[in-house]
Design a protein around this ligand. Structure first.
Ligand SMILES: Cc1cc2nc3c(=O)[nH]c(=O)nc-3n(C[C@H](O)[C@H](O)[C@H](O)COP(=O)(O)O)c2cc1C
Length: 165
């Protein structure tokens, strides 16, 4: 196994949660499925999070222009949403016509029943080789009554089970 292959295999062993990063504004309405959404800090001027998005993703260009996005942490039943926003589900038409959503406080699309949705203002973006590392300052959080997050690990969707089970 070369270094890249062993990196990919190593990372596949990490179960991550799955988010859809949505954006709307002058740069257009876009959304992309990611496993790279991560909390940065709860204790700065405002809470912040980061997300890594491929530089060729139309969502990345739109976020850079809109200067805002919403990070929607999918609930355990929203595998279909992940497939829609990753392009695995190749149905015609806008991705946003196929899911429930509303415009949040900052005008960004909040996916209905996502475990949590974090409305963000884009504060900084760094292009590191193939991906933009984008940091958002959180301006509002929507919490649904579906707290269990969808997971992805070892190349398949997963659900968390309690430690005692
Ligand atoms: C579970 C999962 C996690 C993903 N994580 C990321 C990610 O963190 N960053 C990223 O740029 N693309 C990620 N992708 C890939 C994008 O969702 C998408 O498939 C890719 O950008 C191609 O999109 P397109 O079909 O709209 O061109 C992930 C896909 C899946 C299914």
């Amino acid at each position: 196994m070369d270094l890249r292959q062993s990196f990919v295999e190593g990372m596949a062993r990490a179960a991550t949660f799955v988010s859809v990063i949505t954006t709307d504004g002058p740069g257009g309405q876009h959304g992309v499925t990611v496993s790279s959404m991560t909390s940065v800090s709860a204790d700065g001027e405002a809470p912040s999070l980061l997300v890594c998005i491929h530089h060729k993703s139309p969502a990345a260009a739109a976020i850079l222009q809109n200067r805002a996005f919403c990070a929607n942490l999918l609930n355990a039943g929203q595998q279909g949403h992940s497939d829609i926003f990753s392009g695995r589900d190749k149905a015609e038409g806008s991705r946003f016509d196929r899911v429930g959503w509303t415009a949040g406080q900052g005008g960004q699309p909040v996916l209905t029943e996502a475990a949590a949705s974090f409305d963000c203002t884009l504060k900084t973006a760094m292009l590191w080789e193939t991906h933009y590392v984008m940091i958002g300052q959180v301006t509002a959080v929507t919490l649904s009554d579906q707290p269990d997050a969808l997971l992805y690990g070892n190349r398949a969707y997963r659900r968390a089970v309690g430690m005692a089970e």
